[in-house]
Write a protein that binds this ligand. Structure first.
Ligand code: FES
Length: 168
């Protein structure tokens, strides 16, 4: 079944639902794989998971809101996570965060309207020796500063421009 009026194709969920059909305890893996497919967990996907696994919808929401790994809102294609834990903070994390907020025109915790960038602030990534640390799409970048961040952002933006030209 598809739900294309809001751009969500539920047929992509089918293999995941089938894979865990016989495993009633597998709600978390189902949600993880669904999130890999859609990038977040939109309501129609959660409703479908609840319906097919015969679990109350509020129970599904309970799990999704309990674990920070799950997202209910659509996120950017590029996820930039700035650490503002103690080690990173004392070495200038705030300057990097301010720089990114200004450059992207969003606040930490938000996504740009074109869904290209999500900016998040986290508190210690376990790489304090590299402080200040920024993680860009799972790549850890250490000893960052606004200048280095500007160069990284420029590369990301050229990749975005190249892919939108390809899709044009
Ligand atoms: S405080 Fe930033 S990595 Fe630990």
């Amino acid at each position: 079944m598809s739900n294309s009026e809001n751009g969500i194709d539920l047929s992509k969920l089918e293999p995941v639902l089938r894979k865990y059909e016989q495993d009633p305890g597998a709600l978390i893996p189902v949600l993880q794989e669904a999130q890999q497919i859609y990038g977040y967990l939109p309501r129609p996907v959660l409703e479908e998971i609840a319906r097919r696994r015969r679990v109350p919808l509020n129970q599904v929401y309970g799990v999704v809101t309990f674990y920070s790994q799950f997202y209910l809102e659509r996120r950017g294609r590029n996820i930039i996570r700035c650490c503002d834990g103690t080690a990173c903070h004392v070495r200038g994390a705030a300057k990097i965060i301010n720089f990114l907020e200004n450059e992207l025109g969003i606040q930490a915790g938000q996504t740009t309207p074109d869904y290209e960038f999500t900016l998040e602030v986290v508190y210690c990534l376990g790489s304090c020796a590299l402080a200040p640390v920024v993680v860009v799409n799972d790549r850890i970048l250490g000893q960052m500063n606004p200048e280095k961040m500007a160069a990284v952002l420029e590369k990301l933006r050229s990749a975005v421009a190249a892919s939108s030209e390809q899709n044009a």
